[in-house]
Write a protein that binds this ligand. Structure first.
Ligand SMILES: *[C@@H]1O[C@H](CO)[C@@H](O)[C@H](O)[C@H]1NC(C)=O
Ligand SMILES: *[C@@H]1O[C@H](CO)[C@@H](O)[C@H](O)[C@H]1NC(C)=O
Length: 369
């Protein structure tokens, strides 16, 4: 039995309002995993019903008020995915009062009052919401309309589906938090981490933390294959991803980033890394978050051995084996290629950074080993 429950599709309120007759329809619909995917469309008022309440859709002057709540409830270990392929409502992004869609993608339970839920975004005009993925099992979409626009292509169409939540469970969840995980090398050496609700627009006012714990002698490599975080300014004062070179926020920061990044790669110095993903207010651009591959391995260059306690030679944080050689007077340093005794594939690339005081000169010598 496939079920699209039409809970209420017949409530109306009519009242005299000057000359025009206002009809408020409620047209709530409920979807659950008994139908794994489907399409919702507006306008979708059955003609018969509209007519029986005196609404003639072909008469532009006829006004009605509409509030439809679409509730999507995923099964256990599932999320709701919603993707719009047509969107043309009245109004413009600055002025959404005649007709709009509100999306609530962080709803805890079906019974939760949407007035107390975080609004994930309000959309109208021609700017369609991007893909949405619920943070938990429930997503609600509320359509408000008192538009008199009855043109043919006016309305929206979206495809919904229920998807497995596995890929959003990055590791061992930490104490009831929505998106705090410990990722331990003893569970797996290689993995992929998706930010919550990726590639759907991420929730605002969210704090996620990922603690990566490597084993003895291992270092950690992160590689971001997609990265789209709202760019709020040079030092990322709003949404950001911060990578700490150690287990706590007191550890040195390798990088704090936002905006669009391509193929960003980061190595830990030792055997732990902490990642914070903090978001603030709703971003107009509907950013999608990030995908990050990670690897715990002993094959990465051992920094202590590489530097061999030489004064003035430092490792450049976040890289596998780039070093900086700094000197005030004539000194002698030995730079040996990492793992020079037994080369291990794939060969790392090192960059040496020589600095002299006064005449500040920078010189990179790529040594392909
Ligand atoms: C609805 O309005 C159109 C255009 O004014 C008219 O042709 C049509 O007969 C009306 N339908 C009903 C059922 O009133
Ligand atoms: C992220 O937000 C949490 C909670 O508000 C805060 O404790 C933490 O310091 C923030 N992290 C960064 C890097 O700003």
């Amino acid at each position: 039995m496939h079920l699209i429950y039409l809970f209420l599709l017949s409530i109306f309120v009519s009242k005299a309002d000057g000359n025009s007759r206002k009809t408020i329809f409620q047209c709530d619909q409920h979807f659950d995993e008994s139908q794994p995917e489907g399409v919702i469309e507006f306008p979708s008022l059955p003609k018969q019903l509209a007519l029986s309440h005196g609404v003639n859709n072909s008469k532009p002057e006829q006004q009605y008020n509409l509030q439809c709540v679409y509730t999507f409830v995923a099964g256990s270990r599932q999320r709701v995915r919603l993707e719009f392929d047509h969107f043309l409502l009245s109004g413009s992004s600055e002025n959404c009062d005649i007709e709009y869609v509100d999306i609530y993608s962080e709803v805890e339970s079906v019974d939760e009052d949407i007035l107390s839920s975080a609004l994930g975004g309000r959309y109208c005009g021609t700017v369609a919401p991007h893909v949405r993925i619920s943070l938990r099992r429930v997503m609600k979409l509320v359509l408000h309309s008192r538009s008199t626009n009855h043109e043919d292509n006016h309305g929206f169409r979206a495809k919904y589906s229920f998807i497995p939540e596995d890929k959003f469970i990055a590791g061992e969840p930490v104490g009831g938090k929505k998106c705090s995980f410990i990722i331990d090398s003893s569970d797996r050496k290689i993995g992929t981490l998706y930010s919550p609700t990726y590639p759907g627009t991420y929730p605002h006012n969210m704090h996620c933390s990922y603690l990566m714990k490597a084993g003895r002698g291992e270092r950690i490599r992160l590689f971001f294959t997609d990265f789209d975080i709202f760019f709020g300014g040079e030092h990322c004062p709003y949404d950001s991803v911060t990578i700490f070179d150690g287990p706590t926020p007191a550890s040195p920061i390798i990088r704090k980033v936002c905006g669009l990044q391509q193929r960003m790669e980061v190595y830990s110095m030792g055997n732990s890394l902490l990642i914070h993903f903090n978001t603030t207010h709703p971003a107009k651009s509907d950013p999608r978050g990030f995908i990050m591959d990670y690897e715990f391995s002993t094959r990465f260059v051992n920094i202590d051995k590489l530097l061999n306690k030489q004064r003035g030679v430092t490792h450049i944080r976040g890289t596998e084996c780039d070093v900086r050689v700094e000197s005030n007077r004539e000194t002698f340093h030995t730079i040996s290629s990492p793992n020079s005794i037994q080369p291990t594939p794939p060969a790392p690339t090192s960059f040496m950074d020589f600095r002299e005081s006064r005449t500040w000169r920078r010189l990179y010598l790529p040594l392909i080993l």
